[in-house]
Design a protein around this ligand. Structure first.
Ligand SMILES: C[S@@+](CC[C@H](N)C(=O)[O-])C[C@H]1O[C@@H](n2cnc3c(N)ncnc32)[C@H](O)[C@@H]1O
Length: 203
């Protein structure tokens, strides 16, 4: 792995991220947490890519919910960063695959971070009341807005990292939803963007 460090974080936080990165590498051959082709670029493609979401979140956040967390991107990376920058905020990870949930719990234990892991389907759980909701590589925007309607507070915001076709997804979603949107260019992929969405309601 091409291990680097994140700028502007403490040595302790970087050490936690390194522990996490080593765990992803160790478990990946068994449960496929990230694609084989991207594991060699784990730090940039997944860790730095996840970390940039925190800069878009409001500093007053109390509860961050990450949907379809998989191997913990961005949820575990954000949980590690929150423990340094916003220690009063709590994190919830929702993931339906039991083996990935076992990995997420192990990663939290070994990095010394706290988060709740809900091993269930997003559609089947009680509304979570998130101030910040994230979902990476989970579904198209139309479906994600349905999840936001259910799990985000009225004044909350959603952070959805999207690939090069994000404009098409936004246009499609506009036929069924009303929402406010800010678009932040991804720092790790020039074609990608993070959609910051609030005020979600059905059209
Ligand atoms: C493509 S992976 C992305 C994982 C991670 N967010 C990332 O970017 O690496 C999507 C994950 O969402 C989970 N998932 C898909 N549908 C779900 C649902 N309805 N409820 C909970 N988890 C779901 C899958 O098990 C899988 O781990």
């Amino acid at each position: 792995m091409n291990a680097v460090t994140l700028p502007n974080v403490s040595r302790e936080t970087n050490d936690r991220l390194k522990v996490y990165a080593e765990l992803v590498e160790k478990w990946n051959p068994r449960i496929n947490l990230v694609s084989k082709s991207s594991i060699a670029h784990l730090w940039e493609r997944h860790i730095a890519d996840s970390a940039q979401n925190l800069d878009l979140a409001p500093p007053t956040l109390r509860h961050w919910v990450d949907l379809g967390s998989g191997g913990g991107f961005p949820g575990i990376v954000i949980a590690i960063l929150l423990s340094e920058f916003q220690p009063d905020a709590r994190m919830t990870l929702v993931e339906s695959d039991q083996r990935k949930c076992a990995f997420l719990r192990s990663a939290l234990r070994q990095t010394g971070c706290t988060a709740e892991v809900i091993a269930d389907r997003i559609e089947d759980i009680e509304p979570l009341g998130a101030d910040v909701l994230s979902a990476r590589a989970l579904a198209d925007l139309d479906r994600l807005l349905g999840f936001a309607e259910r799990h985000m507070k009225t004044r909350g915001c959603a952070l959805f990292p999207k690939g090069a076709r994000w404009q098409e997804e936004v246009a499609n979603a506009r036929s069924r939803w009303r929402f406010d949107i800010e678009v932040a260019k991804s720092r790790t992929d020039p074609a990608a963007a993070i959609l910051k969405i609030s005020g979600v309601s059905r059209d």
